[in-house]
Each structure stands twice: as C-alpha cells, then as structure tokens.
Ligand binder design. Structure first.
Ligand code: HEM
Length: 142
C-alpha cells in the first residue's frame, strides 16, 4: 500500500477517534445524575468503545507504525510518534477500565463503578493532551 493512502487512512482514523472522544466526554458528564443514569452511561460507553473506538485507535496505531521511517533524525518527528503512542496506550487502558466498569455496573457494585470511572478520568487527563500534542506537532512542526 502506498504511503499516501496509508497517511489518508491514518488521518481518517485519528479524526474519527477524536469525534468519538468528544461524544464520550458528553455522555460521561451526566453519569452522576442517578444510579440508573450511571448504569446507562456504563453500558453506552462500553459499546461505543468496543464497536467504534477500539477499531479507530487500532487503525491509527497500525497505520502510524507502518508510516514510521526509522532513518528519521528529527526530534519533533519522534516526539510526535511518542505522543501518538502515549495516546493509544492511554486509550487501551481506558477501554479495559470501561469493560470492568460495565461488569461492576451489571453487578450493581456502585463503589467499583465509581473507582473505575475515576481511573478513566485520570487516564484521560494524560491521554487526551498526548493526543492533542501529537496532532499539533504533526500539523505544525513536521
Ligand atoms: C492521537 C494520536 C495521533 C494523532 C493526533 C496523529 C496525527 C497525525 C497527523 C496529523 C499526521 C500527518 C502529518 C503530516 O503529514 O504532516 C500524522 C502522521 C504520522 N503519524 Fe500520527 N497521529 C497519531 C497517532 C500516531 C501513532 C500511534 C503513531 C505511531 C505508532 C503515529 C505515527 C505517525 C507517522 C510515522 C506519521 C507520518 C509522518 C511523516 O512522515 O510526515 N501517529 N499523524
């Protein structure tokens, strides 16, 4: 596959992924309204992650890995790759927490639901800036 097509797929996956993150942010903001709402959010976020987000960030990861030119000497280039990888790693950990939260929610284990939710919040505070930094470096510095 040509680099041009790989780059297009990479950018499409990244844009799709960012759109999903925005939607997740909106639904997560309402999770503390009631126990029923929290359960609905846990289930919706779980399905969004499995059906849309995981394929999106896996596509960004695989195309990103295939695009890497090992002979690159630019520090900015490698900083962009590290930021992208950090964003993907954070998302993998978030997805695992979302799966565990759904199980806790199905078992009506409220304290575990809260624990996993807070873990997702903390991870997002690392993964989202890393993703934004990857975007800024790629858009303005590479
Ligand atoms: C949130 C995550 C990511 C964002 C926002 C992002 C964004 C971008 C953008 C906008 C470009 C186009 C750069 C240009 O042509 O000027 C690009 C290219 C690229 N990305 Fe990503 N990316 C992400 C994840 C990744 C990951 C995980 C990897 C590696 C595993 C990666 C590796 C690359 C490579 C090697 C290029 C080609 C750079 C070049 O040769 O000019 N990216 N990325």
């Amino acid at each position: 596959m040509s680099t041009d097509i790989l780059l297009k797929i990479h950018l499409f996956a990244v844009a799709f992924w960012f759109g999903i993150l925005g939607a997740e942010l909106v639904i997560e903001r309402t999770r503390t309204r009631s126990a029923a709402h929290s359960q609905a959010v846990a289930t919706q976020h779980y399905w969004i992650d499995l059906v849309f987000e995981t394929p999106a960030f896996m596509t960004a990861l695989i195309t990103g890995l295939l695009l890497i030119q090992p002979d690159q000497t630019s520090l900015v280039y490698w900083a962009k790759v590290v930021c992208g990888l950090t964003a993907v790693a954070g998302n993998v950990a978030c997805t695992l927490a979302i799966i565990k939260r759904k199980s806790a929610s199905d078992a009506s284990n409220r304290s575990e639901v809260i624990r996993h939710s807070l873990f997702v919040d903390r991870l997002s505070a690392i993964a989202a800036p890393a993703g934004l930094m990857a975007l800024l470096l790629a858009a303005f510095c590479i």
